[in-house]
Write a new protein. Sequence first.
Length: 184
Amino acid sequence: MIKNVNMNELTEKEIESLKAGDNLLLSGIIYTARDAAHKRMCEDFESGKGFPFDIKGQAVYYAGPCPAKPNEVIGSCGPTTAGRMDAYTPLLLDNGLKIMIGKGSRNSAVKDAIVRNKALYLGVAGGLGALIANCVNSAEVIAYSDLGTEAIRRLSVENLPCTVLLDTYGNDFYEEAQKQYRKD
């Protein structure tokens, strides 16, 4: 079963109802940020400048979209490996970030922060950047434009296909799938 999730209407109760392995179609506002943007966000926060947008209750997609071709909203927009953001993620989660979207496994500090903050880590399939771009209705650079493709963008997405990889209870879809595979 695929669940429709709207970021604009997502409640804490709904976040807690989603389990590792659930497939979603995510719609609403999300933000892109990769490693360079994460590093700068955390440095800005720690220096007292704060984050460049209100991260409370928001979703960050680990992507650095390609430039849009004429008459397109955005270029290819595939996920990057989430582990590259692991050093910065607990700080963001502890300050209200609720959802991260990427690919690959996360370290134990991130898993602990997800549980502590009742957050989610969602996965999207790598290699599908051109198809994922079709889910983006609008894209606007909102911070760190000097980072080029790694600038923070505000995206409006519709029916972005995701899978819950880590849920609020610490369940890890990768670990569960490996156990299931070994049983079969």
